[in-house]
Design a protein around this ligand. Sequence first.
Ligand code: PNS
Length: 163
Amino acid sequence: MTRALYPGSFDPFHLGHLDVVDQAAALFGEVVVAVMHNPEKPMGAFTTEQRIAMTELAIAGRKNVTVKAFPGLAVDAAISAGATCIVKGLRTPADFEIEQQMAHTNFAVSGVRTVYVPCKPEYGFISSRFIREIAQYGGDTSSMLPPTVMSVMDEVFPKRGSR
Ligand code: PNS
């Protein structure tokens, strides 16, 4: 059975991420969603525990998908999880540019390959960064998040007028 690692910061985990999980779960025997730290994004909005909780709520009911936090490098997480490849979702050509460089670098340093899945077009605009921005101002992010994630989102960032 092939196990794939899907790493990300998931700050927060949104509908585009869930689409990638579902595509990966259909392609691979097992998918480990790796909640990680992106050194490019030091100012996250959610703690590791909150990011794990949201990811677990989002993937609930999927038998071949698990969630785990990993420190350090994605390739080390893949090796320690027993994954033979890394999965990444692509929304845009800009994503491809960044991901391709990471994929080549990860392969060069470890031999771990990366497989891309194309994000569904209707989710291609969704980004965790803009969700964070809208949520921090009390805006409504529910159209971009799995419904099960909203309990954590609303607790951390109450909507305008709700308190
Ligand atoms: O959801 P994100 O923020 O796009 O995920 C980026 C992430 C966490 C996958 C990336 O920053 C990462 O791989 N971090 C672990 C550190 C690492 O492996 N760095 C080497 C990259 S070539």
